[in-house]
Design a binder for this molecule. Structure first.
Ligand code: HEM
Length: 483
């Protein structure tokens, strides 16, 4: 049956009963020194769409933009459900945004996009929050400066800035000198737990993980619970105040995500009947936003600055452009400047293409038979746009290994082909916020400081090429010299 099924699917390595392509996958990942190079090799051999069998389940990977667009956007409603690794489902109980499917997920996604708009994401009020955060973090590093120069641990710097922005957006509190230690402790735990994730954890049932790797499983589950409790503590306290009348929500102009959610809860209560807007659901939604909004953005920024200091000519060209736009730095770079800052936009896109934070993108389940490049894919098949491999596709990005923002100036159409936030109905809900952060933080730091390596140049290689997510060199110290 497996052989019959494989014949109908896009090509891929020959699969064995039960174990599928796991032996070849292990061999090629080892031989090519990583998941992305192994997928890229499969793409070169079998074409932009190929099948790999993870055990008895076939997974179809798409590694080019045009086919991804055709499948995930034109047939978007057929690929709405995420294929949830058992460990994710165990943690989420099918609540929240990342590891949930169905009506409650759809409602929470709609609500989140609306709430983000209402609290100003992508507009002036979010810009203000991001710039205020940047000012506060810069004040801290300037206070440590000797002769105008501070040696900065960039991953800590960006962790705090990004963590503070998302915490402020969700629960209205930034991290300052008094509360930042608790956050940093949690962040370190989070990092060490996500370092543990392998492709095996994403496929094995939880009972098997508990038996085979009990300590690792306990750590992954424990950290997640601790984070959910940390993030929802504030929301629970406020909810108690709401119930006792000590606090009233501003439904017209909510200050943060939790306030927007409470306003929706009150509206639902007035209408009566069953509602998905419960405190339990809020805990998972803000937990997901908090987690998904942290490491993704920090990793991109750390990876980006590692690239930038390796390419001082790119820093110089960005700075020249930013200085021109801001009239010699007489004001900060703002979101409205995006229309004019072509070189900086190209640089950030090139940063995201290289950072491409997922080695293995989340899988979706197709719910209707669909023709993909001449192959009739049955409903129930697992598919994804394999972002990591898509971004190193040499047929599209010539000399893909090279960090070369000019490629997007020479061919503007390439900009669309970089899709770090995914594509279709499950693409990133934080895209607008993340794009604002990347633009404002990168641009304004280059405007304020001459940034250069402290000691040897940082590596730009993925430090965890065998895991599901990418990890830039996070032990880097850079010199920030005030301009
Ligand atoms: C540079 C930063 C970021 C990158 C590269 C990124 C990338 C991604 C990717 C690749 C996905 C999966 C798409 C798919 O399944 O096809 C995703 C989903 C998601 N992201 Fe982001 N993300 C970033 C920042 C953020 C931020 C700031 C937030 C929150 C404010 C966020 C919240 C989410 C959520 C909730 C999902 C799940 C959406 C759903 O399943 O409906 N992300 N992101």
């Amino acid at each position: 049956r497996q052989y019959q099924k494989a014949k109908k699917l896009p090509p891929g390595p020959v699969s064995l009963p039960l174990i599928g392509n796991i032996p070849q996958l292990v061999y090629y990942i080892w031989r090519e020194k990583g998941v992305v190079p192994a997928f890229d090799l499969f793409r070169q051999i079998y074409g932009d769409v190929f099948t790999i069998w993870l055990g008895p389940i076939p997974h179809v990977s798409i590694c080019d933009y045009d086919t991804s667009q055709e499948v995930f956007v034109k047939n978007g409603s057929r690929l709405i459900d995420r294929f949830l690794p058992p460990v994710f489902l165990h943690l989420s109980n099918n609540l929240g945004l990342v590891s949930a499917n169905g009506e409650v997920w759809a409602e929470m996604r709609r609500f989140t996009l609306l709430a983000f708009r209402n609290i100003g994401v992508g507009r002036d009020s979010m810009e203000e929050r991001i710039l205020e955060e940047l000012d506060a973090r810069c004040e801290e590093i300037d206070a440590d400066a000797v002769n105008g120069k501070t040696v900065v641990q960039t991953s800590d710097f960006f962790d705090l800035a990004v963590g503070s922005i998302i915490n402020n957006t969700l629960i209205g509190k930034r991290f300052n000198a008094h509360n930042k230690d608790e956050f940093m402790k949690l962040k370190k735990m989070m990092d060490s737990a996500s370092d543990l994730f392998t492709i095996f954890d994403l496929t094995a049932p939880v009972w098997m993980l508990k038996i085979l790797v009990p300590k690792r499983c306990e750590r992954i589950l424990g950290v997640q619970e601790e984070i959910l409790n940390f993030v929802s503590r504030e929301a629970n306290e406020r909810y108690e105040q709401l119930k006792s009348g000590e606090y009233t929500v501003n439904a017209e102009n909510p200050h943060d995500f939790v306030e927007a959610y409470f306003a929706k809860m009150e509206e639902e209560k007035r209408h009566g009947g069953p509602t998905p807007y419960t405190m339990k659901c809020l805990k998972h939604v803000i937990g997901d936003l908090w987690l998904a909004g942290q490491d993704t953005t920090t990793t991109t920024l750390v990876s980006g600055f590692n690239q930038l200091v390796n390419h001082p000519e790119v820093i110089r060209k960005c700075r020249e452009e930013i200085l021109r736009i801001t009239e010699n730095g007489s004001r900060p770079l703002q979101l409205k400047d995006r229309a004019e800052s072509h070189y900086l936009n190209a640089t950030i896109t090139e940063i995201q293409r290289h950072a491409s934070i997922l080695n293995v993108n989340f899988w979706r389940l197709i719910n209707e038979p669909t023709n993909v490049k001449g192959y009739e894919i049955d409903s129930g098949t697992v598919m994804t746009a394999q972002l990591g491999a898509l971004h190193v596709n040499n047929d599209i990005f010539k000399n893909a290994d090279k960090f070369y923002p000019e490629r997007f100036i020479e061919n503007g159409k390439l900009l669309n082909q970089v899709i770090p936030f995914g594509i279709g109905k499950r693409s990133c809900v934080g895209e607008n916020l993340a794009r604002s952060e990347l633009y404002l933080l990168t641009g304004n730091l280059l405007l304020r400081y001459n940034i250069r390596p402290h000691g040897s140049l940082p590596s730009t290689a993925d430090q965890l090429p065998y895991s599901a997510g990418k990890m830039p060199d996070k032990n880097v110290h850079l010199e920030f010299v005030k301009l």
